[in-house]
Design a protein around this ligand. Structure first.
Ligand SMILES: [Zn+2]
Ligand SMILES: [Zn+2]
Length: 148
């Protein structure tokens, strides 16, 4: 049995994971019998990802948690970031959607704009002035539908 001073507990809020040298850390590929002191410096708490500095022995002259470092990027943070990026990409593609005049079939292309009527190239449909009208037949913006 490991002595209490060989058992190290994670001090991170809401964690409390205890490293038991008798068990090792299967997730971190630490075999049984490895003392906490002998864990690699880049070993992380399997629960919260805190560094070794987050740990304190259950007994004996314990260190303080002064230098505890949590990982900057967790897997869930990465996932969230990925979702954000996807959202941004969708946002960026939508404004460049083309709109078709229901009356005459004229296509408003945001990449081209309508320079003859003071709509600069790159103007998203939403940013085209409300009083802009179809340069071909004069229909208003309400007469346009997004191109499929
Ligand atoms: Zn932890
Ligand atoms: Zn038209």
């Amino acid at each position: 049995m490991a002595r209490p001073e060989d058992m190290w507990q994670c001090q991170t809020v809401n964690c409390g994971y205890i490293y038991n040298p008798d068990k090792g850390d299967r997730k971190g590929k630490i075999p049984k019998g490895v003392k906490f002191e002998d864990l690699p410096d880049d070993w992380r708490c399997p629960i919260c990802g805190g560094t070794k500095k987050c740990f304190r022995p259950l007994a004996g002259p314990g260190s303080t948690k002064a230098d505890c470092e949590l990982p900057v990027e967790t897997d869930s943070a990465k996932l969230t970031a990925g979702a954000e990026t996807a959202k941004l990409e969708r946002k960026e593609t939508n404004p460049m959607k083309k709109y078709v005049c229901d009356v005459c079939g004229y296509v408003y292309d945001p990449a081209v704009g309508d320079p003859d009527n003071d709509v600069a190239p790159g103007t998203a449909w939403e940013d085209v002035p409300a009083d802009w009208t179809c340069p071909v037949c004069g229909a208003d913006k309400d007469s346009f539908s997004p191109e499929e």
